[in-house]
Design a binder for this molecule. Sequence first.
Ligand code: RNT
Ligand code: ZN
Length: 413
Amino acid sequence: MGSYEAAQAVFADWGVNCERALQVLGTIPISLHCWQGDDVVGFEKKRGASGGGIQATGNHPGRARNPAELRADLNFAYAMIPGRHRLNLHAFYMDTEENPDRDEIEFSHFAPWVDWARQAGIGIDFNPSFFAHEKADDNLTLAHPDAGIRDFWIEHGRRTREIAARIGAALGSPAVNNIWVPDGSKDIPVDRMAARRRLETSLDAMLMQRHDRAHMRDAVESKLFGIGVEAMTVGSHEFYLGYAIRKQIMLCLDMGHFHPTENVADKLSSVALSVDELLLHVSRPMRWDSDHVILLNDDILAMAQELVFAGLLGRTHIGLDFFDATISRTAAWVIGTRNMQKALLRALLLPQEKLKAAEERLDFTTRLMLTEEIKDLPFAAIWAEFCARKDVPAGASLIADLNAYQASVAHRG
Ligand code: RNT
Ligand code: ZN
């Protein structure tokens, strides 16, 4: 008996069907964030300071310097990750010889990405870029008191929605278009209401045009605070939770955008009662929104377990949001994405009915015995089987492949 069959028998004793878990895991796409590959620099000819508190730190060699390098890196990363996944593209990663400002971007500026995605058989998600631009230097964009600046960003946002819809139509898969703005205040404001009203009015204008849900879907991302905007974030959790409900759009929960003691997994079942679809930015905050590469830790396991146990996989889009410039950029993608998948697999392999039944009859002793005993189940053998079936390496051979690729890009400097 092979190790997969042996493990399968152990899980069967707990009433868990491994084949079913593998089948479900194979259908869950993860959206890989393009910005991990180049430290959130983007491909605009004229670069602004990054701003908004999302600067990557480190200078490990191998950063992708242009779209061709980023696509090569992504091709490698996807080949190391079991299953079929997506790309999460930011608007300032345009691939064009032209030099459009943010309020001038068009679908054609992203056509090479779409051609590449079509060939690779992957879907694309999209994001307006409201940072790293001189018109965002005040850490105010859609909520800026200056109507001219607001209009500039409204036009940018309007265009990204159009482009996202074109991308979704071209690839036959809806593009999630996620709106995050850095708007906030370093010190204590005296007119929060004015700023929030401006953000709401700008968003309304940006979202006015209707697009086919089969092509694009809107999401809004809240945040507690950022470096330089410690006192108030205009788009707070309460702001966007209400806005998403009123507009019937998606809410994006970034795991780094709450107080460090908050449990983001706990929010899913509450939000899902009022919001149809969710977007996740799976991340690892360390003391603040530091965007460390995600580990297979308790936070990620809890998130995956909520998605599975609350039946939310069908209406949650899983995106990643981390960036680390001190290690191999491609290894970071591969390790983080595989960790998300491992967490999902573990959740799918838990004896859900037994656990829920114990809780239902208030038998917390049994629930506790179960949650602790099942930590020792042979998850590794099932994951190894998934990798083998999807023809991707695992263990020592994965490490060798990641190192070899890093060595091949180190000359980029
Ligand atoms: C910033 C947000 C946002 C960005 C990306 C690049 O705090 O998390 O999602 O990381 O849009
Ligand atoms: Zn995010």
